[in-house]
Every structure is written in structure tokens, then in C-alpha cells.
Ligand binder design. Structure first.
Ligand code: BEZ
Length: 239
């Protein structure tokens, strides 16, 4: 499709400040992202209430909410449906739906009503090639300073992998806390990547094994261990 100014939708990018908005939700009014200052937030959209894939996603996310909470992360959902539809759908989920052993699931994180589509448009959640009336499955990871750190999009037909969303959250927090990067398929306890040497001297020191615990395969590819315990102690809220 030829792109014209009219059909290019502006979308927030990684590193941008999360666009602010006020909204009505199933848990009362929110002022976003200001109400979440000091916390991580996952802002995610879903196509529509009373749809099966979305229902399975909400049940999964609600069941994992405590796990995210312990990592200082709040969940905030959005669809372009109205508040009463949201309330009715969440009641139906609790009263009637069973999925993968989950039942009687109460969704206690806020679900934003966005009938005007203002928030969905601002966040690039409406992608006309996929649907002009439903948001795609967008996921924004926003840090405690209100900066967008990761964006993931899925189409309407594909339910998200919530273990992966948790892995992304922990990887972002680990990178911040330890000043490292995480390699392909990293999970807590796997070796991490030491940032590339910024000088010839550091490159030489690393190759000569002068940096404690750092193992270099070549000057640009160095790893070090961080135990899962050390990571979890640092990033999980003390119980
Ligand atoms: C669903 O959540 O089941 C769904 C929503 C929109 C299009 C296709 C599936």
C-alpha cells in the first residue's frame, strides 16, 4: 500500500517518554503514566471484549499478576470497548470460563475503556492493515521513569506468551541493575553479556583475563555469570 501523510500513524518508540493520558478503567480513573511513577508498567491492548483468545490472555495475565507485582510491575489493559462491556466480560470470565486449569479468575488490574480510540491511536495500537475497528495485541514495557523500554506487537489471531513477557521484564531489570546485556534466549541464571570494551586497553585486559569472572571468546564477546539468586534478590520486592 502506498504510504501517504494521512495514513502514516505516529507510534511511540523505544526510548520515548510514554504518552500521557487520563482514562476511565474498571478500577477507577487513572492518570497515565504519572500514577505509576516509580513502578514498571505493562500497558497492553487487546482486540475486543467477549472474544476467546483475549479471554484466555486475561485469565493467564490475571493468574500471573502477583508474580509481576513482586517484580514491581503493574498491569494495565486496554480495548476500544466501553466500561460496561469490560465489567460484564470480566464478570463472565470469573463466573463461567475455565482455561488450562484456571477458573474463578478475577481480573483485578485496570482495564481501560477507549471508545474514542484516543489512547489506541496515540500508542499505535490500531493497525489498519489488520483491523480498523479493533486494537492489535500491543505490549508496552514502561520503566519507573515513564520511558518505553520494549514494544511487542502480535496480530489478532495470536495469543501472547506470558512467560516471555515476564522474561522480558526480568531481563530489562537485570540489564539496569547490573549494567549488562542478555543474550539470545537468556533466562535468569544464564551467563550475561559484558558490554563491549570501550578502549583498546579494556579489550587487552579482558583478553588477558584481568577482569574478575569475565570470560572472553574474543575481545568483543565476553560473558560473566550472575546467579539467579543474586538477580532475584535484587529485583524482587522483599516479602
Ligand atoms: C479473540 O480474541 O479471540 C479474537 C479477537 C479478534 C479477532 C480474532 C480473535
Amino acid at each position: 500500500m502506498e504510504q501517504t501523510i494521512q495514513n502514516v500513524v505516529s507510534m511511540p518508540r523505544i526510548g520515548d517518554k510514554a504518552p500521557s493520558f487520563k482514562a476511565v478503567t474498571t478500577q477507577g480513573d487513572i492518570n497515565f503514566p504519572e500514577d505509576y511513577s516509580g513502578k514498571w508498567v505493562i500497558l497492553f491492548s487487546h482486540p475486543a471484549d467477549f472474544t476467546p483468545v483475549c479471554t484466555s490472555e486475561f485469565m493467564t495475565f490475571a493468574t500471573m499478576e502477583k508474580q509481576f507485582e513482586e517484580a514491581n510491575c503493574k498491569l494495565v489493559g486496554l480495548s476500544v470497548d466501553g466500561l460496561y462491556s469490560h465489567i460484564a466480560w470480566l464478570r463472565t470470565i470469573k463466573e463461567k470460563i475455565e482455561f488450562k486449569g484456571m477458573k474463578n479468575v478475577e481480573v483485578t488490574f485496570p482495564l481501560i475503556e477507549d471508545i474514542t480510540m484516543n489512547v489506541a491511536k496515540t500508542y499505535g495500537m490500531l493497525q489498519p492493515g489488520e483491523s480498523t475497528t479493533k486494537a492489535v495485541r500491543a505490549v508496552f514495557f514502561i520503566d519507573p521513569k515513564g520511558i518505553i523500554r520494549t514494544i511487542i506487537y502480535y496480530p489478532l489471531s495470536l495469543g501472547r506468551n506470558f512467560d516471555e513477557l515476564y522474561r522480558v521484564l526480568i531481563a530489562l531489570q537485570t540489564a539496569d541493575e547490573f549494567g549488562i546485556a542478555t543474550p539470545a534466549d537468556w533466562r535468569p541464571g544464564d551467563d550475561v553479556i559484558v558490554p563491549p570494551a570501550g578502549s583498546c586497553g579494556t579489550a587487552k585486559d579482558r583478553m588477558e583475563g584481568k577482569e574478575k569472572d569475565v570470560k572472553c571468546y574474543d575481545w568483543f564477546f565476553c560473558t560473566k555469570p550472575i546467579s539467579k539468586d543474586e538477580i532475584m534478590k535484587k529485583i524482587l520486592k522483599k516479602k
